[in-house]
Design a protein around this ligand. Structure first.
Ligand code: NAD
Length: 405
């Protein structure tokens, strides 16, 4: 009986478990470890942060998808992976976990790039607890305004205009009327600012599509400060420098959210893997270069496309594709002693950014999509991921069906 230890119940880890449970019913035991007892859809965190979706709509219990006969779930923090000893140390557990195969899917953390005060004075949005904390803070600021009448309480600054920052802006715009009601003001008084260092937003899209995305931001009465690099965050104050100006400027706000990018789990470095920003360049079979029994998937992995210039961006889509491959490869190795003949190949279905619940834009299967059709596509992608890992039960309970009619 082979022992497979899976670290992390995110997109990559949990899907690997679900697939292995189907593929290798009697010849394996799986130990799944996560610090939480639930899985959440990380692509929807911005909606929880804005309050347009509740926590329970984007998460489900891990016990709902594991088969106890094959899989043991341990709720604990991973302290260290020791690939030489083929062992994993967990917080609060004296015994090490030993494995024949280890699957690491430990996900991402917020990257501050050393900007002073960012860690202490801005809210990260990398997990469900952080997203909920943002929502609770926004609401408390709206309530404060009734007493203080300080317009800064109504101001929300998003630091970093990548996909995460832009999707968050769209969700905040959608929630604006509800904030206004709590604060006792008209929606236009809720100020949302997006600060981005680059002058050209959405660089992965062609200029026309990127302009469409920028127009959506501007038309929705979000102040966009592009070409503005954030240099420091004090409590309630963001300092930034515009490319054309020599001096820092500053802005005050009741809520400051940090979305300038992510890196892979610090555990990769702490466990001695050769990594850059928490990402390990994996072999064609998605294993660690010096440890073929360790699979590294999702945001802690770097996979080079055939053109070999830069690794693929980390997305839920590639994490799920990596889980498909790793489960096949592990099953093949257990049955035949050899890897899959073919290396991992990634075919992106496309990239769609949402802007609120009914607007989106992007590319899917080679086509450009905008507005309502893009929004439907985004929901189809999300529902597919729910179905593949959570199964029909989670899809029916939490799927996005509101746009299919
Ligand atoms: P990102 O790295 O893509 O974007 C961060 C942005 O912050 C960049 O535009 C960068 O210029 C800006 N920035 C960095 N430092 C700054 C500073 N000091 N001042 C001002 N701006 C600064 O990070 P992300 O948006 O969190 O996305 C992470 C990954 O997840 C990406 O690969 C992204 O494609 C993916 N993602 C995909 C989707 C989707 O497919 N819909 C949604 C969210 C995230």
């Amino acid at each position: 009986m082979k022992e497979i230890v899976v670290l992390g119940a995110g997109y990559a880890g949990l899907k690997t478990v679900v697939l292995l449970q189907k593929k290798l019913k009697d010849s394996i035991h799986i130990t799944l470890v996560d610090q939480n007892d639930y899985h959440y859809e990380a692509t929807d965190l911005h909606e929880v942060a804005a309050g347009t979706q509740g926590v329970s709509r984007i998460s489900y219990h891990i016990r709902d998808v594991i088969k106890p006969r094959i899989t043991t779930f341990i709720q604990a923090k991973v302290v260290k992976i020791d690939p030489e000893q083929r062992a994993v140390k967990l917080a609060g557990h004296d015994d090490l976990l030993h494995y024949d195969y280890c699957v690491i899917g430990l996900g991402f953390v917020s990257e501050t790039f050393g900007v002073p005060g960012a860690e202490e004075n801005a809210f990260p949005m990398t997990n469900l607890k952080e997203a909920s904390a943002i929502y609770n803070h926004i609401i408390s600021k709206m309530r404060d305004y009734r007493k203080t009448q300080n317009p800064d309480d109504l101001h929300i600054i998003i630091c970093g205009g990548g996909f995460t920052g832009i999707e968050l802006a769209g969700a905040l715009v959608e929630a604006r009327p509800s904030y206004a009601k709590i604060a006792g003001v008209t929606p236009d008084k809720i100020k949302i600012t997006l600060v981005e260092a680059a002058t050209r937003l959405l660089p992965m899209f062609n200029e026309k599509l990127a302009d469409y995305g920028v127009d959506l931001i501007k038309e929705s009465n979000v102040q966009l400060l592009d070409g503005s690099r954030i240099s420091k965050i004090d409590p309630g104050t963001v300092y930034y420098k515009h490319a054309d100006e020599s001096q820092d400027q500053s802005m005050d706000a009741g809520t400051i959210i940090w979305t300038t990018g992510v890196s892979g789990s610090p555990l990769m470095k702490e466990s001695g893997f050769d990594e850059k920003r928490g990402r390990v360049m994996v072999t064609p079979h998605l294993t660690a270069p010096k440890h073929d029994d360790v699979y590294i998937l999702g945001d802690v992995a770097a996979v080079m496309p055939p053109d070999g210039k830069r690794p693929y961006p980390t997305t839920a889509q590639i994490a799920l594709a990596m889980a498909d491959y790793a489960a096949d490869d592990i099953a093949t190795r257990i049955k035949t002693g050899k890897h899959e003949e073919k290396a991992f190949v990634y075919k992106s279905l496309g990239t769609v950014a949402s802007y609120g619940n009914t607007k989106a834009y992007g590319t899917a299967l080679g086509h450009e999509l905008r507005g309502y059709p893009a929004s439907v596509m985004k929901k189809i992608i999300a529902d597919r991921s729910l179905m593949e890992t959570g199964g029909l039960k989670e899809l029916l309970a939490k799927g996005r069906f509101d746009l299919y009619h």
